[in-house]
Write a protein that binds this ligand. Structure first.
Ligand SMILES: Nc1ncnc2c1ncn2[C@@H]1O[C@H](COP(=O)(O)OP(=O)(O)OP(=O)(O)O)[C@@H](O)[C@H]1O
Length: 265
């Protein structure tokens, strides 16, 4: 652990009945890094996200969120909303937008977590909430600009092209001002052009917004291009960690992926 540590996961273990989905996994991320978590289907990647974001209570281990200045908060037992407010948010493997709300409203919902007024007073239009509401609209619009969706602000989410819906999910996750953003298969279902735009967007989020990124991804070309460090899991255990070059040439990784065309990117 260093003063730059944003996420420090120690010996994370998760059992589902007799199945050990995570087996004493350690993972550390420093401020400003783009890190990927990869592994064959069923390796435990999404379970890892669910445990660190408070959706599941792990069987064992510790999760600490850092502020990048040496202060760490232990997240064991903390609820997902509180974890988001502390600075870690995520997207999901399957798109989870409010399809019948506008693009702007989808981001505003994410933003409400950050404000005092909360959703109730916003919905009931209390006078005290009005100024805050205007601020939320402005902030949400600024966020849409950052993911190149400003021109879609008043469109229903369901009318967006697929790649744009995925970008909207990222904007909504960014609405809570995270220090660390967890992306679960952000390129899933994207065509090559959308994936290229996603690559540019993720870099921009890190470089311009200073947000640290951890992504789960099966698109090895994207992973190898984008990540500075990679963690590899198989059957719930961490089997390798290193730079993209290290990982490409790691025999344990090649063995885990045997039969899948993923390491030749
Ligand atoms: N809620 C649950 N109850 C029981 N078993 C579960 C649960 N969630 C995940 N598992 C099991 O845990 C293991 C790890 O699953 P997980 O979804 O974390 O893998 P993954 O690496 O994210 O896979 P993929 O790349 O296919 O999304 C699998 O064997 C899965 O069946």
């Amino acid at each position: 652990m260093t003063t730059e540590t944003i996420l420090d996961v120690k010996q994370l273990t998760m059992d589902f009945g007799g199945l050990r989905a995570l087996n004493h996994v350690d993972l550390t991320i420093n401020r400003g890094e783009i890190v990927a978590l990869i592994g064959p289907n069923g390796a435990g990647k999404t379970t890892f996200f669910n445990c660190v974001t408070g959706i599941y209570t792990p069987t064992g281990g510790d999760v600490f969120l850092g502020d990048g200045d040496g202060r760490l908060t232990r997240l064991n037992g903390v609820k997902p909303n509180r974890i988001a407010a502390l600075g870690m948010t995520r997207t999901f493997q399957n798109i989870r937008l409010f399809q019948n709300m506008t693009v702007l409203e989808n981001v505003m919902i994410g933003r409400h977590i950050r404000t005092n007024a909360g959703i109730f007073s916003a919905l009931t239009r209390m006078p005290s909430a009005r100024r805050e509401e205007k601020q939320i609209i402005d902030d949400a619009y600024q966020l849409l600009k950052k993911v190149d969706l400003a021109e879609w602000a008043n469109e229903f989410a369901k009318n967006l092209p697929y790649g744009a819906q995925r970008r909207l999910e990222i904007a909504r996750a960014m609405a809570t001002d995270p220090v660390l953003l967890l992306l679960d298969e952000p390129a899933a279902g994207m065509n090559p052009q959308e994936t290229q735009e996603l690559d540019t967007l993720i870099r921009r989020i890190r470089d311009k917004e200073g947000i640290t990124i951890l992504l789960i991804e099966h698109d090895m070309k994207l992973v190898m291009n984008l990540s500075e460090r990679i963690y590899v899991m198989d059957y719930g255990s961490r089997i390798a960690t290193g730079t993209p070059v290290d990982i490409k040439n790691n025999p344990a990784v090649i063995k885990a992926y045997l039969g899948e065309e993923v390491v030749d990117a």
